[in-house]
Design a protein around this ligand. Sequence first.
Ligand SMILES: Cc1cc2nc3c(=O)[nH]c(=O)nc-3n(C[C@H](O)[C@H](O)[C@H](O)COP(=O)(O)O)c2cc1C
Ligand code: SF4
Length: 432
Amino acid sequence: MSEFSEKILLPDIPNLHRIEVYEQNGGYRAIRKALEMTTDAVIDEVKKSNLKGRGGAGFPTGLKWTFMPKQSAKPKYLCANGDEGEPGTFKDRQIFELNPHLFIEGSLIAAYAMGITAVYVYIRGEYVKWIKILQQSIDEAYSKNYIGKNILGTQFSTDIYIVRGAGAYICGEESSLMNSIEGERGYPRVKPPFPAQVGLWGCPTTINNIETIANIPHIINRGAEWYSRIGAPKHPGTLLFGVSGHVNKPGVYELPTGTLLTDIIFKHAGGVKDGKKIKAVIPGGSSTKWILGEELEGVKMDAESLKAYDTSIGTGGVIVMDEDTDVIKVLARLTHFYHHESCGQCTPCREGCGWMEKILKRFIAGEAQIEDIDLLLNVANNIEGNTVCALGDAAAWPVQSVIKKFRGEFENRVIKTPAEKKYIKPPHLVSA
Ligand SMILES: Cc1cc2nc3c(=O)[nH]c(=O)nc-3n(C[C@H](O)[C@H](O)[C@H](O)COP(=O)(O)O)c2cc1C
Ligand code: SF4
């Protein structure tokens, strides 16, 4: 791993959100450079950079762009995903706040490369402040002809629109995001067809995360070769790690991929409150599997390295839990979230998330029996891989991992004697 300390997405430059400050610091040079390249050359550069999507699944961005048809009788669209609904994830709003023009410039380059005539930025409605900032920035960019007709005197024209979501986690899933933009209910679509063939309003569409797009101007300006050498070779670049939980300095830290998790927690986020020990860490937003406190030494935060710990980098949302944490309560809270956010389209997720929540509540109430541990695991296993979208998996993974790593805590919470059993109402899998 290279020793890279530069912050490329959120540099410490005062007032960078203002267009003239952004321009003074090299802003909107990358779009000028891209417009002198062929569209294929731009896509090739992104492919060579090995940039992986920052929205959770880590799909290679350049490859995704090649799925868009070169010729299309229909218009082509880019959906920039700023829904940011995953618990523990709060990084994209930092880009809107501190460096919105970097994201706008990245969107313009993506639009040029794929022949896109309209970009829809989908942002959760609760982000009132950030929507306002981004809209102001978009207006400034229109006034300087970076957006609109015949951008910078070329044949390239594109518009950028903000669409507000209504705060449903499922609308961050790419196909329900498109349904939501169309004014429909946020139901995930069955794939295939994939969005590059049949996307927004039936037209070819690419969906990318805000942070993914913000990396593009740097790749064009400084080259794929330079970018691919930052951080972990198979998952290069910097990541915006959103650190929350029992740390002294929660916040968003931009660091190269492959940074040690212990460095993120202790050097950057100020260590654990009151010097307590760490019980567990969720490494990449609430959907990712947990890492035990005693496993943390040497854990590197990149997609490849985390495979060895049976977890993933997700959105880079690091949630730290100290030694006093009731992990069953945390899991029940997360499971309640997934149950609440399930769109209800497929049975394993709709019913299974509810069952998992009920069983977990039995453990909290002291009404669970020993068989409930495997029953809970069985429900999670039957959700995983059996649903239309990945929300089902996202709900199942934490349950599977917490049972695996903290089975003893579940065992300690079950009814142990017939006398105990006498005083509780009989547990039901599905109660009223
Ligand atoms: C339930 C659910 C919620 C999601 N929420 C988001 C989100 O808020 N932001 C995001 O970028 N991706 C989210 N994703 C992933 C998107 O479907 C998609 O993979 C991503 O936007 C693609 O961008 P990328 O390739 O740049 O990572 C979500 C996926 C699921 C299943
Ligand atoms: S997995 Fe859940 S959220 Fe996704 S489509 Fe099925 S019911 Fe809806």
